[in-house]
Write a new protein. Structure first.
Length: 551
């Protein structure tokens, strides 16, 4: 359209804006011109035929929406001298509009020179998608809307050469099929959605029933081991020897494959390379499964204080047995992989022994386990003097249950009427009071089996010795002599255990002392004696300088 017809139309439009009485000019009533209000108006051209609206704004607040080309007038008039500024609220979709003569000052007349010109803007998009299943060396010709063509010779993305406008329809079809194959199009029809179309799917399959196998080779598989493989998560085959393998189910041309390990061989880990692919068109033989032994770690530890000549049987996880004959390091024969659990326990204790495991359970990390500790302590024994048989009975004592069990050599000759017995703090020597011989004899204690062996060195007591005690320090021993109304005191040699009478021994103890004990501090031995007539007991304390009766 030329400029002059438009201007003629604008002029004709605005001639109609003045009232018949000429009131908009401010000249008909004698009222000053600056008292009148004047319209702000103009003309819109090029409005989209679809009727998409154009919204104008005057001075940022007076809004006017136009649905078609033609003259327009803002609803709010302005006074003489007021300014106006006409702008677009927003560009209408699919068009580009511009305002001419949009700003100025009202000057004693209506504003009619504003021009809004719009022109079409057509967004351009492409049509494309993806081809799959096309055999090697083949090609397929595609069409859009029956005319725009593209020939695709490999699987993957494609795009038609011609562009299309926004909201334009598209219809993708197969113009020429590849030799020996049939291709079908999906998601192929629609309207351009203001963006490029890239989801058209073309899938080609080989005509007839031609299928292809999937296989490869296995290496590194241990003797007697097997690995279970899967194709596409379902087709399974178990391989028990190194070499070639093939899955039982064949795939139709154009299908995909994905080989994974279903079940690892015991003690090994297998990895798959060349594991997957798409658009199969020939037998697959390049899948490689490489197996290797898992890294394993030993379970180790240390045994201490095992009685000489004995052994302790250990087990790991209840089955891996190991007999340890001496103190020192031990290593189980079966190694474990990282992440495996271990649990070391005593399967068989040494004779009369009491071996305890610490740090015995846990999970194997990335190094051998070396912190397992087995400590064997001397078993507790109980000895009972038997005066009339001139012997000592020996028993094993279970500290957990309290059960007392006779030892294999349960009775030991004492050499006299054994009246009382006491062990030194190290439990290596036993001191026995022989009542009929008024002596104290020594026996060596075998820490393993509790056997008592006589040791040279006999010391005399006073008449009728009844009881013997050793101080907690292990330095002194005291014997209650009922027949001589005294208490004998002895120093104990720290090396040999020999008894030597201490200065002032024996000590007067009142009448017939029969039992003797050491107070918890280890400083004061006490004993009980029957009073006159053997009816009332008396309790005495031996101090550093005198014997005191306290009860």
């Amino acid at each position: 359209m030329s400029r002059y017809p438009v201007l003629a139309v604008i002029a004709a439009f605005f001639l109609g804006l003045t009232g018949c009485d000429g009131s908009l000019t401010g000249t008909s009533t004698g009222t000053p011109a600056h008292s009148y209000s004047y319209v702000v108006a103009g003309y819109l051209t090029g409005q989209n035929a679809s009727g998409l609206p154009v919204t104008l704004v005057n001075n940022g607040k007076d809004t006017l929406t136009l649905g078609a080309s033609g003259g327009f007038q803002f609803p709010t008039p302005l006074a003489n001298g007021a300014t106006y500024s006409v702008t677009l609220a927003a560009q209408p979709y699919g068009q580009l509009c511009a305002v001419t003569n949009g700003t100025g000052t009202v000057n004693v007349s209506n504003v009619t020179s504003i021009l809004v010109s719009c022109g079409a803007v057509y967004p351009i998009s492409t049509i494309g998608g993806n081809v799959a299943g096309l055999s090697a060396g083949a090609s397929v010709t595609l069409k859009n809307n029956g005319s725009d063509t593209v020939t695709v010779s490999a699987n993957g993305a494609f795009v038609f050469p011609a562009t299309v406008y926004d909201t334009q329809a598209y219809d993708v079809t197969v113009g020429m099929q590849p030799a020996g194959e049939t291709c079908t199009a999906t998601q192929a029809i629609g309207t351009v959605p203001r963006v490029n179309v890239a989801n058209v799917s073309i899938v080609c399959t080989v005509n007839g029933s031609k299928t292809y196998s999937v296989g490869g080779t296995v290496s590194g598989l241990g003797a007697g081991a097997s690995v279970a493989l899967l194709d596409n998560g379902v087709d399974a085959t178990t391989v028990s020897n190194n070499g070639a393998f093939t899955f039982p189910a064949a795939l139709h041309g154009g299908a995909s494959w994905a080989v994974t390990v279903g079940t690892e061989p015991a003690g090994e880990t297998c990895s798959v390379s060349n594991a997957n692919g798409a658009n199969i068109g020939a037998n697959v033989t390049a899948v490689t499964v490489a197996c290797s032994p898992n890294q394993t770690y030993s379970i180790e530890g240390n045994v201490s204080n095992l009685p000489t000549g004995t052994s302790v049987a250990l087990q790991n996880n209840g089955s891996d047995l190991l007999t340890v004959p001496t103190d020192g390091t031990f290593i189980f024969g079966t190694q474990l992989a990282s992440g495996a659990t271990y649990n070391v326990t005593v399967a068989t204790q040494p004779p009369g022994g009491n071996c305890v495991v610490s740090n015995g359970s846990g999970t194997v990390g990335t190094a051998s386990v070396t912190a397992v500790s087995v400590n064997c302590v001397a078993p507790p024994f109980i000895y009972a003097p038997v005066p009339f048989s001139k012997s000592i009975d020996a028993f094993a004592f279970n500290a957990s249950t309290g059960v007392v069990t006779p030892l294999a050599l349960s009775s030991v000759a004492a050499g006299g009427q054994a009246q009382a017995i006491v062990l030194n703090s190290a439990r290596t020597l036993a001191y026995v009071v022989l009542n009929d011989k008024a002596t104290v004899v020594k026996f060596a204690v075998n820490a393993s089996d509790g056997t008592l062996t006589p040791v040279a060195g006999v010391v005399d007591t006073e008449n009728d010795p009844q009881d013997i005690v050793i101080t907690p320090s292990g330095k002194f021993a005291y014997v209650a002599n009922a027949g001589s109304n005294s208490v004998s005191g002895y120093a104990i040699d720290a090396t040999t255990g020999a008894l030597t009478p201490i200065a002032g021994s024996p000590f007067a103890a009142g009448s017939v002392p029969r039992r003797i004990a050491i107070d918890p501090t280890g400083r004061l031995p006490t004993w009980r004696t029957p009073m006159a007539g053997n009816s009332d007991p008396g309790l005495f304390l031996l101090t550093r300088s005198m014997l005191l009766r306290v009860a």
